[in-house]
Design a binder for this molecule. Sequence first.
Ligand SMILES: C[S@@+](CC[C@H](N)C(=O)[O-])C[C@H]1O[C@@H](n2cnc3c(N)ncnc32)[C@H](O)[C@@H]1O
Length: 295
Amino acid sequence: MVSVSSLASRVKLRLFRELARFSGEFGYLHRLEWIRCNYPDAFRQRRELAMAFARSSVRLTNFYYKIDNLDEAAAFCRAVGGMPAPEAMGYFQELFGDRELNEALGAKLAALPDHDPRPMFGRRIVWYALVRHAKPRVAIETGVDEGLGTSVLAAAIARNRREGAPADSRVYGFDLPGDRLGHLIPDYLRGDCELVTGDSRRTLPEFVRTRSPQFFLHDSLHSYEHERFELQCAWQAALPGAVLLSDNSHALPTLADFARENGVDYHYFGERVVGHWYAGAGAGGIRKPLAERPS
Ligand SMILES: C[S@@+](CC[C@H](N)C(=O)[O-])C[C@H]1O[C@@H](n2cnc3c(N)ncnc32)[C@H](O)[C@@H]1O
């Protein structure tokens, strides 16, 4: 049953959205009401930050922010990727200190009116460390959006190549076609990634018919059924030892269920966000066994 107050909120939301076409102030009120409706706890706890965000950003999806629980991120990399935690920490620092990447992303972000110009990677730091450690020839990210994650993954691939990884190492980003698809990806990293456009239900099975991922990240349509489809597809094609991540594990148990059914350990990392109203997302991770278990 829909309560009277939630119905009133929905009506208010719709009204502000319509009025936003005539005045920026209503745009602000619409975004604020949207946050209040969709993230009531975060709105209550971080109201000041929500108000500042609604003033400065028109994007209501895929938020960018910093996190400060790097020790937990490193522990996740150890558990999923099999690397010592100090190695993971070293990769995080390498990413934060990558001037070429940070400057290129900063320039792209500064040119957009609705973005904070500082590149902030959030949980993408674990994607970077896992790719730096595993040095995959084929890394897959489903769900590219503006390409912040693709940029991080491509930067890892580029460094791997410079350190002797195969010259054809790439990150393959899958998404639906769109005007702003991958527009943050710096020009100097374009050769390290390839975008595959179309519904991943169709494009992913086609792709893995001929290529075996060593790193797979689900970050596209976050329904249980779609995530499960992608995981199944990637798991069957993945090389032994491949890492599979889900960027939706804070919301759905898809990867945890998948791990249990396949008899592998499931690990979870939850972000601790700094300076943003959004409470953070989480990454689930599993690893394909190196050798088939005897039956
Ligand atoms: C959360 S965003 C991806 C964020 C990105 N990984 C990053 O690091 O910023 C989700 C993306 O999934 C894409 N998407 C949704 N449904 C899809 C589908 N059926 N096939 C491929 N991509 C899809 C959306 O277009 C959107 O760009």
